[in-house]
Design a protein around this ligand. Structure first.
Ligand SMILES: *Cc1c(COP(=O)(O)O)cnc(C)c1O
Length: 399
């Protein structure tokens, strides 16, 4: 997944608008809490969860914590009636602390230590994922307590993260796992897949659903107990600097493919990015500047090793905007604060002449940003300001 930082073109940069109201709100937040900040708007979390729920009406949504494991996100989604997708004991602790009932969770890491299984079971989570026999054998001691999903692999080179390179098995291997599980008295309740994060084409899901349908029929043909669950994973796309399909249109062919499955099959999904990407706006301030080789270099207090880590680990290009919009525009570089030369957010962009303390805003900064940030060089990670956590009033909390 690692790439050199992307260069934003002037076009996408200059078209980003910002309202006077938002400028005032951002300036007062920085005056109160300092910079850098991440503004997490729980109203956007609600709006995205509801939109996906509406687009996939027969699918139970398990929010995957990985892209933004923040307690306010968990609390907001719990209130919305969401279920949750966990992968580590840290994520188990986070949902347990938020009071999420264990029946609403599944554990989907295909490779686990015994302690990971025990921690999840102690909490009450019973559904786990396997993609090979070595993993299946780990459940022999917990036969009576667990229900498994077998994860299939569907490669996707276009996605930001092709998760089927690292995880998942073939249909033939899935059948072997299901047969072996029967022999070992371990219950397999269904199949799962993840077509890749930020998948642009719904056909990837459609093909995967059809293959899973074939596997389900082969299971019955072999006289094994019918599978009752299909987990269609995450991967639902959001618009960064280029528009993606609206979610309703994106999900239409997926719903069509799902309608071909037997009615007894319960469908679940594990959206992460779609729920949280749009909910966070980053705010960084200029801590210094220099003119180098005809470009203005602005050194911000947040960068590649911080909230913009997604430029390295994810493939995202975040829309950026300066609060200052007037004055002469000069060819510019936005750099992060560390002493490493790789720590550059954007080069060759046209920006108004900035001063020390001026603020730069990043949009779509909710998924795989703060989650993968470090405190390299002892630059502290951005603080998160939580907005609108209670649906009724607009409360501000720092967390
Ligand atoms: C990361 C991950 C997700 C979330 O994927 P998105 O592309 O962010 O929707 C869901 N399920 C599993 C198993 C994952 O590893």
């Amino acid at each position: 997944m690692a790439h050199a930082p992307s260069v934003l073109d002037f076009q996408s940069f200059a078209t980003q608008a910002i309202s006077a109201e938002e400028i005032q709100f951002i300036e007062s937040s920085v005056a109160q809490f300092g910079a850098p900040l991440l503004m997490l708007d729980c109203d956007v979390i609600r709006q995205q969860y509801r939109a996906l729920n509406q687009a996939l009406p027969n699918v139970t949504l398990h929010f995957a914590l990985k892209p933004l494991p923040h307690p306010a996100v968990v609390r907001t989604l719990l209130e919305e009636g969401a279920s949750f997708d966990l992968a580590t004991s840290g994520e188990v602790d986070l949902v347990a602390q938020a009071g999420v009932p264990a029946e609403r969770t599944i554990h989907t890491h295909p490779i686990k230590r015994d302690a990971d299984i025990r921690d999840a079971l102690a909490y009450g989570c019973r559904v786990f994922v396997v993609d090979n026999l070595n993993e299946l054998a780990k459940f022999k001691p917990y036969q009576d307590e667990v229900e498994l999903l077998v994860r299939l692999s569907f490669r996707n080179s276009e996605a930001f993260a092709d998760l089927s390179k690292k995880f998942g098995c073939s249909p033939a291997q899935a059948l072997t796992i299901i047969e072996t599980a029967k022999a070992w008295n371990i219950r397999v309740k269904g199949l799962s897949f993840h077509v890749g994060s930020q998948t642009m084409h719904p056909q990837k899901y459609v093909n995967a659903i059809r293959t899973c349908h074939d596997v389900m029929q082969a299971v019955v043909a072999r006289g094994l107990p019918a599978l009752s669950t299909l987990d269609i994973g995450g991967g639902f796309p959001v618009s960064y600097t280029t528009q993606v399909m609206p979610i309703d249109a994106f999900c239409e062919p997926i719903n069509q493919a799902l309608s071909e499955l037997p009615e007894t099959v319960q469908i679940i999904a594990e959206p992460g990015r779609f729920i949280v990407a749009q909910a966070v706006t980053s705010v960084a301030s200029v801590m210094g500047m220099a003119e180098r080789e005809g470009q203005m270099w602005y050194y911000l207090d947040d960068g590649i090793y911080g909230s913009f880590s997604g430029l390295m680990f994810d493939d995202a290009k975040y829309p950026l905007v300066t609060l200052k919009q007037d004055g002469e525009y000069l060819p510019s570089v936005l750099s992060g604060p560390t002493c490493d030369s790789i720590d550059v957010i954007a080069e060759n962009i046209m920006l108004p002449k900035l001063e020390n303390g001026d603020l730069v805003v990043g949009r779509m900064m909710g998924a795989y940003t703060s989650a993968t940030a470090t405190d390299f060089n002892f630059f502290k990670r951005a603080q998160t300001v939580v907005l609108n956590e209670l649906a009724q009033d607009s409360e501000r909390l720092i967390g």
